[in-house]
Design a protein around this ligand. Sequence first.
Ligand code: ATP
Ligand code: MG
Length: 567
Amino acid sequence: MTDSKSVTENTGENKTPVNFIHAIIDDDIRNGKHGSRVHTRFPPEPNGYLHIGHAKSICLNFGTALKYNGKCNLRFDDTNPVKEDVEYVDSIRYDVHWLGFDWEGREYYASDYFPQLYEFAEKLIQKGKAYVCELTAEQIAEQKGSPTRPGQESPYRNRSIEENLDLFRRMKAGEFPDGSKVLRAKIDMASPNMHMRDPILYRIIHTEHHRTGKSWCIYPMYDFAHGQSDSIEGITHSLCTLEFEVHRPLYDWLIQELEIFAPQQIEFARLNMTYTVMSKRKLLELVKNNYVNGWDDPRMPTISGLRRRGYTPASIRNFSDIVGVAKRENVIDVGLLEFCIREDLNKTAQRVMGVINPVKLIIDNYPEGLTEEMPSANNPEDPEAGIRNVPFSRELYIERDDFMEDPPAKFFRLAPGREVRLRSAYIIRCESVVKDPETGEITGIHCTYDPDTLSGRPGSNRKVKGTLHWVSAAHAIKAEIRLYDRLFMTEDPEDVPEGEDYKKNLNPDSLKVMTGYVEPFVAGTKPLDKFQFERLGYFCTDSDSTPEKLVFNRTVALKDSWAKTNK
Ligand code: ATP
Ligand code: MG
């Protein structure tokens, strides 16, 4: 973690020092600013699925409203009909609710304000503060100048108010083709702030909008819609990411010229995470070109992907709290997110046994046909969770990695002549192995057991170094097990040489599909059920899982074995 550590957020769950945003709000309340009201909003553009960075913003905006007994709106910034879709609107609503937040019916759309925004634009024209410009996009860009060189004024800049009004109305009426005219604010082509050099306010797009249909063929730019939407809704604290700091003078100028309610914009650093790309454009590309299996692929940093992977809302809220809000750009270690889900699932997940890379183990001196029920704790962290019986019999599956024919001294698992305990059951001793004559692969491990070593029997306290998990072969349920590694191999996937692309850093081994066995307890499992497979990690039943074919995703390994093995 970086400098964000010193200023941490307080959304209620963690009693950490007050973050800089809340310090500003505390002051505003003390001074009676905005009548001491606190009203925030989460303003997504419905052009993709939400990701963990948005989750951070959701927790901040809704968490701030909760802390100050204020309100938080959900507002769709849907000003670009070309990229937006109701599929995204629905997913966003679902994800915000799932994270545990409620906008109490205050679901708004910038598109609902199109008539009002249009009136605002006419008002600017009436005041001589906006004009219709007929330069092409390229010409406008060319004449913009550079931060050190002033721009050139458009030849259309000094049109009369009447002419501007007439042209703008005709733009609205659909008389002109896309790209032929724009409405620009008349500010200052020499301003050191490029955003003040007569920015575009409206453009012509003859495309149907997912909400307003064919009503409009001119659409406001984000910069003209966002601040005014905040103002219309009476937002007191407009929290946004750092890249909007340079837009703030423009927002303030517009609000002042329009003489409307002035929200206060406060910028904070975006959440960036190691081994992760967070740009919606790139995530969309990964989905569209099938580098992953959809927006909710468990390797994606989307909220829907994290949910399918087995993340809980509480773990994401906690992550967001720990990360806090920073004023400077920083990168958070993805290991912190993994830590948060481990911590949560450790307290809540049902323990079961499952074997993901199975090899047969035969207990030669155990009676054939006998099944014993071995009581096992459902969750040692939660005494209320109770126990379940796990069937035990003569033939079991154990993990192939838990056996070595010729082990090093520190290998405390099973090897010829060595003893281990089977979790909740007996101590066994390896007598011999059977191999495939052609491949040399071990196909069976023969053992003997000591009947005295079961809990409650005289030898139950006998100590051995290793304890293994197992599943009774006769009772086992076959299951597909999906193991994930990071989607990208490098800490900063976007750091690539000139001319190359972040996709070259995709990890070709980010998904490994195994066929394993699980104990019969999980037979009726439903998607999103969470388990700890003992010794292997936390798992979650996948949405592809059916009673006929169980499918599990590994959410995260128990310890950060990945980091260790990659050092
Ligand atoms: P774009 O605008 O390029 O499509 P975006 O990531 O900004 O992408 P929005 O839908 O505009 O997407 O974001 C909604 C809100 O979430 C904004 O207030 C934005 O500042 C915030 N947000 C987006 N990404 C992050 C991030 N990585 N960390 C924190 N907040 C974020
Ligand atoms: Mg944005």
